[in-house]
Design a protein around this ligand. Structure first.
Ligand code: SAJ
Length: 440
């Protein structure tokens, strides 16, 4: 049997040792899925706090229950270490590290580079490596492949097998999990792809093989670029409808009754999170290499980035219409997480809305049950959530609903507030024709 056949045999009989490099919101659920499938899994993460928490049998990831961690650890199926030299004993390694943007707006590849550099020290014949981090098309072939083969002299597709398989984790979602979300898999060579599919196919419900790593990288970027552009479209539609005197929320709900050929997106104060505002810019950045200007991405990004400014301009206008002055007014921002019902504030447009309101001289406070404090890095200010939301609602001149968490009692808020700007249509029908409410 050749190296590929021997490795596939070890993957199929679950004797292959699995390493997950980067045990965050992607790596930890993936490690659990492999462990539950019967593999012996080692999570490798340089953050010793994560390792220590895990070694106490406690989960630090929202989607992975502590009892799961404790059980798999007790059964010896899942362990964690901060020492990269454990990689020398691994047969299969998934790289699940962040791919943020630099301040310049360019891709920050430093996490992928350092993880691959560590792995390159221990890569050996009969190893499969799968990169999961969302990145520009070509990363696996142009960056990971040379780092893993040039010094080692190992040949991809014969001695080692290198693939890309985009992560599709949506933190907090319960219907679609790492196990039951179809997983796209593309190799540097066909043999690479076969080995990657054999590995993941032994633990994940559906593996979708594609012809190359680039096809897999591009599929992920299409998924999130599709969202970003359509959110940009409805945000522009909101600006059009405001000029036309038409209720954009009614228009979208009406369009959404079309049972085919339409997908509902809703306008809002901007684009938050660590995926949607960022992933498409990896694609537009790469296309510059081909002197190709990704116009849809740039236009949608411009519209989405401008939404916080548009929201504040609308608040200013609405207060002016009521003979009120924003400067010196008490403004309560309701909800600052980047999307409803989660505790993540990364890239949240709420931070920009608050910064702009402050610049207008408003006396701004916020409430968010999931976010005890916020820190605006560029302007370097910190705020704590107000403790009593209804007391603050009553005391405010204007309440700006930025993130429509389900936990809020919107009827009570409507009754108690003197004026509300609703950027999410959180009040819905209860606000119909109410002079106290202006919607995006
Ligand atoms: N947003 C809108 N209008 C919409 C949808 C979203 O303004 O119609 C805003 C949200 O408020 C948020 C941002 O866009 O600020 C991103 O929201 P999102 O629903 O896309 O949620 P994310 O960022 O958590 O995206 C993740 C992605 N998952 C992965 O990349 C693996 C995305 O592909 C999923 O489709 C998305 O979750 C999901 O569906 O929940």
């Amino acid at each position: 049997m050749n190296t590929k056949e021997i490795l596939i045999r070890k993957l199929q009989d679950k004797t292959a040792r699995i390493g997950i490099l980067g045990m965050g919101y992607v790596g930890m659920p993936l490690a659990v899925v492999f462990a539950e499938a019967g593999f012996n899994v080692l999570g490798i993460d340089p953050d010793r706090r994560k390792v220590d928490t895990f070694n106490k049998g406690i989960s630090y990831i929202q989607d992975v229950p502590t009892e799961t961690v404790a059980r798999l650890k007790k059964e010896g199926k899942l362990n964690m270490t901060a020492d990269f030299d454990a990689l020398k004993d691994m047969d299969a390694v998934s790289i699940c590290v962040p791919t943020p943007l630099r301040q310049t707006g360019d891709p920050d590849m430093s996490f992928i580079v350092s993880a691959t550099e560590q792995l390159a020290k221990y890569v050996h014949k009969g190893m499969v490596i799968v990169l999961e981090s969302t990145t520009y098309p070509g990363t696996t072939r142009e960056l990971a492949l040379p780092m893993l083969t040039e010094k080692s002299g190992l040949k991809a597709g014969e001695d080692i097998f290198i693939c890309f398989s985009p992560e599709r984790v949506d933190p907090g979602r319960e219907d679609f999990t790492t196990y039951n979300t179809p997983k796209v898999m593309g190799g540097i060579t066909k043999d690479c792809g076969d080995v990657g599919a054999a590995w993941y196919g032994g633990a994940i419900k559906t593996v979708v093989p594609v012809s190359s790593a680039e096809a897999a990288e591009m599929a992920k970027l299409l998924e999130n670029t599709f969202r970003m552009i359509n959110i940009g479209l409805v945000n522009e539609l909101a600006m059009m409808c405001e000029r036309l005197g038409v209720d954009v929320w009614e228009v979208i709900d009406a369009a959404a009754t079309k049972p085919f050929g339409f997908m509902k997106f809703t306008p809002g104060p901007g684009l938050g999170g660590h995926c949607i505002p960022i992933d498409p810019l990896y694609l537009s950045w790469k296309m510059k290499e081909f002197n190709y200007n990704a116009r849809f991405i740039e236009l949608a990004s411009e519209i989405n980035t401008n939404m916080p400014r548009y929201v504040v301009a609308r608040v200013l206008d609405a207060m002016n219409d009521r003979g009120k002055v924003l400067k010196g007014s008490k403004v309560l921002v309701l909800g600052v997480a980047y999307k409803p019902d989660i505790d993540d504030v990364r890239e949240s447009p709420a931070l920009d809305v608050i910064a702009l309101l402050k610049k207008k001289g408003a006396n701004v406070s916020y409430h968010d049950p999931y976010i005890p404090q916020i820190h605006h890095e560029d302007e370097d200010w910190k705020m704590q959530t107000v403790p009593d939301v209804m007391k603050s609602v009553k005391e405010s001149d204007v309440v700006v609903i930025v993130t429509n968490h389900k936990v809020y009692d919107y009827k009570a808020i409507l009754d108690s507030a003197s004026f509300i700007f609703d950027s999410r249509n959180a009040l819905g029908k209860i606000a119909r024709e109410n002079p106290k409410v202006v919607k995006l």
